[in-house]
Design a protein around this ligand. Structure first.
Ligand code: HEM
Length: 256
């Protein structure tokens, strides 16, 4: 029995996925207890060592930091916009127009929000390219690369859901095209490979869930608004916290 338990334990723990998440063994010796302390974010916030060369601006170009800065700016300006914008198809377009003409500093905040969104998408791509080119995705940072991919997808989805909110022609057709792509998705889309075989139709596939119906309308606007202002920023914030924690714990990958 003991042998079987040992075998199961070693099967579960002796693989790259487990080792990229848990960096230490059982706290059964002093060395293991110290490792548990050093790799725990609450017990030991700072990394044990930071290489001097890794702090050089020309290594990271601060692209991750810039992405985070744009996220904070977007959150602040976004809250301001929420005071004036109502996600109702009869009002949305005019509310956005009023920001530019009626509300004090409305145009400034809207433009700060819009341009920061473009800048965040650009900087997150550049950051990922830098991480790739410097080989910083290699062990022990492969777990953080995966967290990064989730952050990239959240950033793109934030950008896409925000695009619908002005409720103009550009927004409507962009989301219509996007949802058609959803319909053509393998397995979960009604027009994608294996979708119809699995019982998906226009009334129960992924595009239906996303739009809240079969075409872009009031339910879509409300869904995108909730996702844009609440769901996706929360997901991004939680994964950013994990991302920063791993950066501190893995240490920068930069030169000595
Ligand atoms: C909202 C998006 C993101 C934010 C706010 C963010 C933030 C950061 C920050 C502040 C750093 C420290 C170094 C630097 O500034 O370059 C960093 C490092 C890192 N990021 Fe991101 N990141 C994001 C997305 C991504 C993506 C899309 C990937 C890859 C798919 C990624 C993978 C990594 C890795 C592996 C490191 C460690 C790099 C090293 O040690 O040299 N991150 N990130």
């Amino acid at each position: 029995m003991r042998k079987l338990i040992d075998q199961i334990r070693s099967l579960l723990t002796q693989n790259q996925v487990y080792k990229s998440v848990f960096r230490h063994g059982y706290p059964d010796t002093d060395a293991n207890r110290a490792l548990v302390m050093f790799s725990n974010v609450i017990l030991h916030l700072h990394p044990v060592r930071v290489r001097r060369g890794a702090l050089k601006i020309k290594f990271t170009w601060c692209l991750g930091g810039l992405t985070f800065f744009f996220f904070i700016l977007l959150s602040i300006t976004g809250v301001f916009l929420m005071f004036y914008y109502v996600p109702d198809t009869r009002r949305a377009y005019n509310d956005i127009k009023d920001l530019g003409t009626v509300i004090y500093f409305g145009g400034l905040f809207r433009n700060l929000h819009r341009w920061s969104a473009h800048a965040m998408v650009l900087s997150v791509w550049l950051h990922m390219t830098r991480v790739f080119l410097t080989g910083s995705y290699k062990p022990p940072r492969e777990f953080n690369w995966v967290v990064g991919v989730i952050l990239l997808v959240s950033t793109l989805l934030l950008s896409w859901t925000g695009y619908l909110l002005p409720w103009d022609q550009l927004a409507l057709w962009a989301v219509t095209v996007g949802s058609k792509m959803g319909e053509a998705t393998p397995i979960i889309g009604n027009a994608g490979p294996f979708g119809p075989e699995l019982g998906f139709t226009v009334e129960n596939d992924v595009a239906y869930v996303l739009l809240g119906g079969t075409m872009v309308g009031q339910s879509t606007l409300l869904r995108f608004y909730v996702l844009h202002c609440l769901g996706l920023p929360l997901i991004a914030a939680v994964f950013m916290a994990v991302h920063f924690w791993r950066i501190r714990k893995d240490g920068f990958s930069g030169p000595l």
